[in-house]
Ligand binder design. Sequence first.
Ligand SMILES: NC(=O)c1ccc[n+]([C@@H]2O[C@H](COP(=O)([O-])OP(=O)(O)OC[C@H]3O[C@@H](n4cnc5c(N)ncnc54)[C@H](OP(=O)(O)O)[C@@H]3O)[C@@H](O)[C@H]2O)c1
Length: 263
Amino acid sequence: MTQAPAIPIVTLPGDVAMPMLGLGTWRLRGRAGQQAMAAALEAGYRHIDTATMYGNEAEAGRAVAGSGLDRSEVFITSKLPSGRAGRERATLSESLRALGTSYLDLWLVHWPPAGRTLVPVWQELLALRDEGRARAVGVSNYSLAQIDRLIEVTGQAPAVNQIPWSPRRHDAAVLAGHRERGVTVMGYSPLKGSQLTDPVLTGIAGAHGVSPAQVVLKWHLAHGVATVVKSADPGRIADNIGLARFSLSEEEIGRIDSLSRER
Ligand SMILES: NC(=O)c1ccc[n+]([C@@H]2O[C@H](COP(=O)([O-])OP(=O)(O)OC[C@H]3O[C@@H](n4cnc5c(N)ncnc54)[C@H](OP(=O)(O)O)[C@@H]3O)[C@@H](O)[C@H]2O)c1
């Protein structure tokens, strides 16, 4: 097992330490999917992002079990499909069974359920967290207004909001809004949402002797945005976590931020 690369940690409420870069697993299924997850753990990833909807929690569980790592060394995020609103407890039990674990590190509502069921779902997540079945709970694809509604009723903010994020989506006001509410932004589709051949990214990558994908991922971390990145290829899996050997200057971060103005 490789020494884990130095990936920054963010501390979520409840003193829950979350590695800020995780392996995205959408479409990683079956034997090949499990092998990719195993390769990621071997390369030093300590955060796996799965979901009931991805149909690969069993693969994730087997990859962790076969890694030689203790369960406590790997941060596991999974997600409740909004169609399972009202069946939170049973769905979490299914996730835990598939993953072969007694707890999740982070459980998210995958999409905001329609209308009135929004708050009860959140209350149920908080209750399951309080029972110790998820160390932290949060949401995905929620607006700040929806987050405000959850806080208004329960007094508790989601630990995380997982939303699409990339240089082209950069929005300082959205980041500030989450920060003010104590919500960590976890970006998804960081590479799919990027034009990796953009001269700004290739230029900065060339200056540091790294790949444009590494520049995009490092830029997320520089803004305090956690991110999950998917690859099925062992070379790219290793590339994407090899971020410790370079830093972006303020000027470079500003140039990458500016890509959002070209949308
Ligand atoms: N909460 C939600 O609603 C939601 C929605 C979408 C995604 N997600 C999560 O976010 C994760 C990441 O998002 P994503 O899978 O949509 O997209 P992504 O991670 O931004 O991009 C994945 C694509 O980039 C390629 N890639 C990976 N590393 C690369 C590199 N170094 N250079 C060039 N290309 C590279 C991959 O191909 P190869 O596999 O061939 O390397 C794949 O085609 C998902 O897997 C999932 O866990 C959550």
